[in-house]
Design a protein around this ligand. Structure first.
Ligand SMILES: NC(=O)c1ccc[n+]([C@@H]2O[C@H](COP(=O)([O-])OP(=O)(O)OC[C@H]3O[C@@H](n4cnc5c(N)ncnc54)[C@H](O)[C@@H]3O)[C@@H](O)[C@H]2O)c1
Length: 232
């Protein structure tokens, strides 16, 4: 959902897009190249990047928006569930970031924007209206840890690539209306200082700005788009 909004926004700005998801996503315009790929695995990630380079000759921007969510008390998280969440939410981001370094460095320019999360920072959304047991069952520790990893690799890569004209940033959304948050209770929405969930287009606007020429001196930044749910 957020990825589609980012794609629409980038297309409006004149970008030619390569979109990848488990099943080939719907094109946002006639020029979009839409690919099916498991972005948690190195082979498909490399294939997507190679196809993008083969079709368009260069990659100006990489945006990593694929992800899965996970809920459950910390002590109930199985190693398999930990790995499932981390495979796409963290390893997939690592793989895609790594795959664009060489072509971007060869051109001396590039923009990487990773999608992180407020859940990397706040220890889980506050749910003061539910009891302690329910609070732990609604925890997202595997997800939050993966997203914290995304924030950290963003900073490391930003420093490594700064001298090559490549910026690396992240956008950390709070609750955004999408299938991932379809079951969000009203009481949680009321905890957001703005009193509403965010819109995918509001995340897309931050991504588009980070990809723009105006943001050339911004790197290693995690931009919160969370309605004030968490401030740091
Ligand atoms: N919705 C929110 O409130 C929210 C908040 C913070 C961060 N995020 C992050 O924003 C990003 C987009 O989330 P969304 O809300 O649009 O969710 P979404 O479920 O609509 O989109 C996620 C997409 O990732 C794809 N995906 C999952 N695993 C994949 C894999 N192995 N290979 C290829 N594609 C895969 C899914 O098919 C899906 O289309 C995610 O990284 C999510 O963690 C969302």
């Amino acid at each position: 959902m957020i990825g589609q909004a980012i794609a629409r926004r980038m297309a409006e700005g004149g970008a030619r897009l390569v979109l990848a998801d488990r099943a080939a996503p719907a094109p946002v315009d006639d020029a979009s190249l839409c690919l099916a790929a498991d972005l948690a695995d190195p082979g498909p990630v490399r294939a997507v990047i190679a196809e993008a380079l083969g079709t368009f000759g260069r990659i100006d921007c990489l945006v990593t928006a694929a992800g899965v969510t996970s809920l459950g008390a910390f002590e109930d998280i199985t190693p398999d569930e930990w790995d499932r969440v981390h495979a796409i939410n963290l390893r997939g981001v690592f793989l895609a970031n790594q795959a664009v370094i060489a072509p971007m460095r060869a051109r001396g320019s590039g923009r990487i924007v990773n999608i992180g999360s407020v859940l990397a920072k706040n220890g889980g959304n506050p749910r003061p209206w539910i009891d302690v047991g329910e609070q732990s069952r609604a925890s997202n520790a595997a997800y939050g840890a993966a997203k914290a990893g995304v924030h950290a690799l963003t900073l490391y890569l930003a420093k490594e690539l700064a001298a090559h004209g490549i910026t690396v940033n992240a956008v950390a959304p709070g609750p955004i209306a999408s299938p991932m948050t379809a079951s969000f209770p009203e009481a949680l929405i009321a905890q957001i200082p703005t009193g509403r969930m965010g819109r995918p287009e509001e995340v897309a606007a931050a991504v588009a700005w980070l990809c723009s020429a105006e943001a050339g001196f911004v790197t290693g930044e995690i931009i919160d788009v969370n309605g004030g749910l968490w401030m740091d």
